[in-house]
Write a protein of this length. Sequence first.
Length: 276
Amino acid sequence: MTTTIRTAGSRLFVLNRSIPTPDELRELHDLEERLIVGRAREIEAAAPEMADRAALGRQMKALLDAEKADVPEFERVMAEGLDREQFKEVVAQFAVDGLTESESFLPIVWRLPKKAKMAVFRVLVDEFGCGNLDQAHFNIYRDLMTELDMSLEVGDYLDRTNEETFAYVNTFFWAAARAPRPEYFLGALCYLESSILYAFQCFADAATRLGLSGARYYTEHLHIDNFHAKELQVAIREFDAEADLHPAKVWTGFKLASDVIGGATEAAVASALKAG
């Protein structure tokens, strides 16, 4: 199994999935400051005026609507142009996410007030298949990778995964466990669950066009994440009722997730085209 650590993002990913020593914990914080926190500060400083949750909701909807209406070229290329080997590279680029899906979310649970906690937990229950391994999202991704004759060892992807993918995955580790307020996580997960309803369509189209039974991984998300997106809106509403909601921090998580997820997909398609 290959475990060479060549980049800052891969090193941060490894630290996020370990029990760090004091020195490693300092290293983790330094990497997060450089790779994530600085960008979050920039987004928050430039956040639009949002007096309340209603204003926040309008800003989030506007961003989602704009993205949905302006389909990027790399999504069209994935949906219509990638062959099996090229799509296999896309799957490989997201392996560090798919094989560990939703593990990074778990630290947020204790940080949320009770009703917001329950809304997020309903999402987590689905992510882990309601305790049924066959339905757990990480295991459905394993099925897709098995169909493509790929390694199922996370370590085999550490030295080949784009920094953009690590930026995406590491952002959720930070938002759940170490961001100074839970709102960053609520915003990030709200974006993820809401955007999948259009952003995953190109993945589903490609996998279906290529005749992969593992297209189920993507179509399942297109089905269930409509519910998840609504639950995140509930979580934000309940947080507002139970605690002191900071709309700018929700927006920061939302916009940060938009940046890193879009960047990861674009970079994965670029890698696929080079591999072809």
